[in-house]
Structure formats: C-alpha cells, structure tokens
Design a protein around this ligand. Structure first.
Ligand SMILES: [Zn+2]
Length: 461
C-alpha cells in the first residue's frame, strides 16, 4: 500500500522555509542551555531551564497537559499532548534536550553553547543535531501543518532529559506509567541520514549484553623469576580466554551464537566505513561479509576494560587474579538473554588450565527491528521521497542500542517505530564541533510533516 499525500507538497515546504529564521533563533536559545545531565559537570538548573523552555514551546503550540516531570533517575522529562481530529491515529514524537558534555573546550572552533553559523553554512553548537535540533524539527513540522490546513493526527511529544547519560529515567517512568506514551506510531527524532542528502530511516538496533569475568589462579601474586613458567598466571589465562571470543579474522565467536547473519538494507561501502571509522592506513577491517552484515546483522564482542596492573609501576609478578568487562552487541532476531547465557557458558568452558572463573551480568538490552512494510514506513518512504526529490528512502541499521526504543517496543508492541533525525555523519555528534545542517533540518521537517499527513490517510483508526 502506498499512501499519497493528500495535500500538495509545495505549501508545506514553503512554510518550513519561511520558518527557518525563527527555527535558528530558537535553536540558538536551546543550545545556550548547558544541559548536560551530570551534576558533577554542570548545575542541574541548566537542564531544568532547558526543560522549561521545551515545555513553554509546546504550550505555545496549544499542547495540553504540558508537564515537566521528574523521572526515577532524577532528571526531568517534558510531555505534551495535542488532540487530533476524531478517529485520527496518535503519533508520539521523541527528542531529548540533554546533551553530551562539550569535551575539550579548546577543541571547539566556536563556543560550544553558542549556536554559530560558519562558512560552510552549518550551524555549530553542542546538541545542534543531537538532539535539540530534533526537537526543533518536530516544532517545524507541526507549525507547517497548522499553517496548511491543520495537524491531521493526535500528537504526543516527549523530550527526555538524561538520554546521553544512559541512566534510564524516562524508561523507568514509561514502564510505571504505560498509558502516557501510548501511540500508534512513534517517531524517534534522534537518528540521522546515512549521508547528508540521502534520506534514511533507521529500522533496526542491536541489543547488548554486558558481563564481567574474573579469573583466579593463585592465593596471591608471585615473583615471576622464582615462579614464572610453572605458576598459572591469571592475567595470561584471561588473555587466552578473551582471545577465544574471536576467530582468526577478528569476527566474534561465541559457542552456539549465530554470527553469520545478513543485512538486506542500505549498502555501506568499505571505503566509506574506513573513512567514517578513521581506520589507519594499512590496517585491515575485522570480520567478513558486507559492512552492513558486520555492523547491523551480527553479534560483536568488545573488551571494554581489563583490571590488571598498569605499565607504570609494573612489577615482575605472576598475577593471581584478573578481571575484564565485556560487551556483546546482539543483532535483531537474537534474544539478548539467550546471548548472555551463551556468552557465560563460553567463558566458563574456555578458561584454560582449570583456572577459577566467575561471570557476572552487569547489563542487558534487547535488539529491535521495525516492520518496514507497515503503513508508517510506506508513509515515511513517500514523505522522504517528496522532501528529497530524486532520492529513495534508505533503510539503515544502527549498531548501538537506544534503550528507550526497546522499552517503547516492549510496552507498545503494535506501535510502529521510526528513527529519523539530523545526526548524519558530518554532524559529528558527541565530538567537538558538533553541527547541524540547516538544509537537513529544513528537509527533514518537511518530511516529518508530510509523513503525518500520509500516515493519517494511510491508517485511519
Ligand atoms: Zn541523541
């Protein structure tokens, strides 16, 4: 089924274009809040002020029940509801107003909390793309519809206040208040196009499991001159154990875990990946299959840290104990709990020399896969095609996880979830000199507006 926009595109695009100066002024105000949700780095009043700004913006658009509410991790989220026409579906629009810390202030060419247009035309500032720009995108889409016949769906907006901290405040709150965010379709405005100008929806996310493994061999450390060669070294045992998680080509091998999945969507060229990942000349990529297979359709193990003596101050010792933290990215189609079991069993089975091993689970999140044949996806495909003439919607995966996305998928199994946004690679989110492309902001806002029109037509409730 293909939905046709029930209103012509040009008026909506023209309205969004006319609203861009105002959008820039608003994004300037929003970026000026140092809303890093870590009280050790910035005062919580900065987050509170940003939340109030978002709430005021929703009230100005006639949203009802607008509230700034505290979530279990102490961070405030913002919610508002705009009722739609009788019988229309409800769409939840998500963004987060908290940002990554600016990192090294000296690394910024212009101040991180002053939105600045540079010669390349992009607007620089922390959160410009991730994800304050995402909130502005939602505002632009809604205003464009209001100016062109009205908003054809019911709209809920939620803006999270601790997304970048990963402390899960809104997830816990949503689980305790499942009615709050219930919707027919959910647009997560926190992703981005695969390349600027190439409209992309992220439709899958890998899940993750995280464990700590501890290996013990001796009652205490020994002198490596006196005992080395026969005494079982726990650090050496751990190194062998960690190595058992990889095949010769570097791909992940966990006993019993399928590591040969295939990716069907957008093609990620190896040379592009090398550039995006900043791989040094002459260094090979690891694994096999396409880049999409490796990033989005297969498990990937990472040793996050190892507890062992640092090089400075190292002594000639045989180590009695060593510990590592391991993450395992879990692709869609696999169960994170099952992956945790398999990883634990693998670690227990591959520990050499009869060394004592213990494995403790420290985190777990399920993978996510959207139904790309659903009315929401066909509506979005038409909208993106119209907003980016000559381009077709691309389906990408995301190698990381967005825990809230998994929470929403679990709470509302019938809701269609789409991830779009402004974080294309040039946006350099999380790094110094983050920026947003005003062209992307404009086009994606047009696309979101058209999506809501298409979806209302495609899915009368
Ligand atoms: Zn984000």
């Amino acid at each position: 089924m293909t939905a046709q926009p029930s209103r012509p595109i040009p008026p909506i695009a023209a309205t969004v274009a006319s609203l861009m100066p105002r959008a820039k002024a608003e994004l300037t105000e929003l970026v000026a809040f140092q809303s890093v949700a870590d009280p050790a780095q910035f005062p919580p009043s900065e987050c509170r002020a940003a939340a109030d700004w978002v709430a005021d913006a929703l009230r100005a658009e006639d949203f009802q029940d607008v509230s700034v509410f505290d979530t279990p991790d102490g961070s405030p989220s913002v919610y508002g509801y705009l009722p739609g026409p009788e019988g229309a579906p409800t769409v939840l629009l998500y963004a987060h107003y908290d940002v990554q810390p600016p990192l090294d202030p000296a690394g910024w060419v212009t101040p991180p909390f002053e939105l600045t247009e540079r010669e390349d035309g992009r607007w620089y500032g922390r959160g410009a793309a991730d994800c304050k720009g995402g909130f502005i995108m939602h505002l632009l889409a809604l205003r464009a519809l209001k100016a062109n016949g009205g908003i054809p769906v019911g709209v809920k907006v939620v803006a999270e206040g601790s997304e970048e901290q990963g402390t899960g405040g809104l997830e816990r709150y949503a689980e305790a208040h499942p009615e709050l965010l219930a919707a027919d379709a959910i647009v997560i405005g926190d992703a981005g196009n695969f390349r600027a100008g190439l409209p992309t929806v992220t439709a899958t996310l890998r899940g993750m499991t995280m464990v700590r493994v501890t290996v013990d061999t001796l009652r205490g450390n020994l002198h490596s001159g006196l005992f080395g060669g026969a005494a079982p070294d726990a650090l050496a045992a751990l190194i062998r154990l960690l190595d058992s998680l990889r095949a010769e080509d570097g791909s992940t091998t966990v006993d019993g875990l399928d590591a040969e999945g295939g990716w069907q969507g957008l093609r990620y060229e190896e040379e592009d990946f090398r550039r995006d990942a900043k791989v040094l000349d002459g260094v090979e990529l690891i694994g096999h299959g396409s880049v999409g297979d490796r990033l989005w359709a297969r498990p990937a193990v990472t040793v996050m840290g190892i507890d062992c003596p640092p090089v400075v101050g190292a002594t000639p010792s045989v180590h009695s104990s060593a510990r590592a933290q391991i993450s395992l990215r879990v692709p869609p189609g696999q169960d994170a709990a099952e992956a945790t079991k398999l990883l634990t069993a693998h670690l227990e089975a591959h520990t050499p020399w009869g060394a004592r091993v213990s494995v403790e689970q420290v985190g777990q999140g399920q993978p996510f896969r959207a139904d790309v044949g659903s009315p929401a996806y066909t509506s979005m495909a038409d909208a993106l095609g119209a907003a980016y003439p000559g381009q077709e919607m691309q389906i990408a995966g995301m190698g990381g996880s967005i825990p809230l996305c998994n929470t929403l998928a679990a709470l509302y199994p019938d809701a269609e979830i789409l991830l779009i946004g402004l974080s294309e690679p040039e946006a350099q989110i999380h790094a110094v000199n983050e920026s947003v492309s005003p062209d992307e902001l404009e086009r994606m806002s047009v696309a979101e507006a058209l999506f809501l029109v298409n979806y209302a037509a495609a899915r009368p409730v």
